[in-house]
Design a protein around this ligand. Structure first.
Ligand code: AMP
Ligand code: GLY
Length: 427
């Protein structure tokens, strides 16, 4: 098969890496890819959101399956455009991707289908939004309706912050039209976990549980980022909790989509807050998580290609997915200044030393090959150093031992990835 992976982050390198192990994959392309995907696939210089150029490439090159990483092309309707010309693409249709594309749609969907979530109000004018904030009080969470590159959610500790947030989103239009409407909701307390599941619109197969680390610095301090590290499994997700999420979140999701006349195929990513009243959904995404996909792919034993094909064909079966019992930890090494302003073009050394280490893999994110053939930084999150281990403790040790080999100017990474899991396990 010829397979095209769309995107250029650590998640896409992890997907390419896993797909490359399949005997079914004869040729892999990645658009636009990074220096890591270039080693396993042919990088194609088409941007991830250039749906029409991607379609033309897939047609011209006889692509058998396209796997989409980021949300933007899914929300823009990549799957519909591909299917209209008989191409197979893994992911939800444009209408179904509204689950991530609109926070208003998503909240209404959850309410309609009794999916546990934070109590919320939906507003399209500033006056009633501010009235609601004053009525509910802080802490409170303000969410711009549309896609905002992960920046549209503002967790506010005071009423003043929340009023400033709606001002920023609705009047100053910080996120453009994405801010024409807002969801304002109660602030949930607890520990977060990511539940990433596959569905073909009928069956739901949860993948191994995982946890992200969203804040930039140790002890969950500092600004929000795209994710500074992840581990799998997440010990907070016990079998019992997983069953509860399956019954109260994943199944109502698939049934709700079907009732809305939509066949949802692809990834259901539920960002869950485990509260004292049980699991509640913070958000749904319509794609794999980044960096959660890195440890999850390291732990997946089964060939992923038949699984992706089964999702597209509506033939998914839970027996298709098996897991390595070991834990996996991904430590993201970021550029100095990230998530604020950062420099690019820093030469990275030490990657060759990790090439042959069993149980360790360095997924590239913001990297590219310089003119001299050196790997250099090209983004904020640069690498995801990922390691397996017998239990989370050893996985953490292995990942940090590997991180020591990596050097580039200004690099920073969290030193406490996985600590929460250790604490929960009482170690
Ligand atoms: P999102 O951009 O939708 O992934 O949300 C980003 C982050 O905001 C989540 O991972 C949570 O940490 C936080 N968040 C979102 N909604 C809530 C909520 N209702 N209560 C507390 N934190 C929230
Ligand atoms: N890890 C967070 C996300 O993919 O949205």
């Amino acid at each position: 098969m010829k397979i095209l992976v769309v995107g250029s982050g650590g998640r896409e390198h992890a997907l390419v890496w896993k797909i490359a192990q399949s005997p079914k994959a004869k040729k892999i392309f990645c658009a636009p890819g990074n220096a890591g995907t270039a080693q396993l696939a042919e990088n194609i210089p088409i941007k991830a959101d250039d749906v029409n150029s991607l379609k033309k490439f897939a047609q011209d090159n006889g692509i058998d399956l396209t796997v989409v990483g980021p949300e933007v092309p899914l929300v823009a309707g990549l799957v519909d455009v591909f299917e209209a010309v008989g191409l197979k693409a893994f992911g939800p249709s444009k209408a179904a991707a509204m689950i991530e594309g609109s926070k208003v749609w998503s909240k209404q969907f959850m309410i309609k289908n009794d999916i546990p979530t934070a109590k919320a109000g939906i507003f399209d004018d500033l006056a009633s939004a501010s009235e609601y904030i004053k009525e509910i009080g802080a802490p409170i969470v303000v969410k711009a309706d549309g896609l905002a590159a992960g920046k549209g959610v503002i967790v506010c500790q005071t009423e003043a912050e929340a009023l400033a947030a709606i001002e920023l989103i609705m009047r100053k239009q910080e996120f453009g039209q994405a801010g024409d409407r807002v969801v304002i909701e109660e602030c949930l307390k607890g520990e977060e976990a990511s539940i990433i599941a596959l569905t073909d619109g009928k069956s739901v197969v949860p993948l191994a549980s995982s946890q992200d680390h969203k804040r930039a610095y140790d002890n969950d301090e500092g600004p929000n980022t795209g994710g500074m590290g992840a581990y799998s499994p997440a010990p907070i997700v016990t079998d019992r909790l997983m069953d509860e999420i399956d019954v109260n979140v994943l199944r109502p999701f698939v049934n709700g989509m079907a009732q809305a006349g939509l066949t949802y195929k692809g990834v259901i990513y539920a960002g869950i807050m485990v509260t004292k009243d049980g699991p509640k959904v913070l958000e749904f995404n319509c794609r794999f998580g980044d960096p959660e996909t890195q440890p999850i792919m390291m732990r997946m034993k089964s060939d992923i290609v038949p699984v992706l094909e089964a999702v597209v064909a509506g033939k998914l079966d839970h027996r298709m997915v098996e897991w390595d019992e070991r834990a996996a930890v991904c430590v993201v090494v970021a550029a100095g200044g990230y998530p604020g302003k950062y420099d690019k073009g820093m030469e990275i050394t030490g990657l060759d030393k990790l090439d042959q280490q069993p149980g360790v893999f360095v997924f590239h994110a913001g990297t590219k090959l310089s003119a001299s053939g050196q790997v250099a930084t090209a983004g904020g999150r640069v690498l995801g150093v990922t390691a397996l281990g017998d239990g989370i403790k050893f996985a953490i040790e292995n990942a940090y031992r590997a991180v020591e080999f990596i050097r580039f100017k200004g690099q920073h990474f969290r030193k406490d990835i996985g600590k929460k899991a250790l604490r929960r396990l009482g170690r």
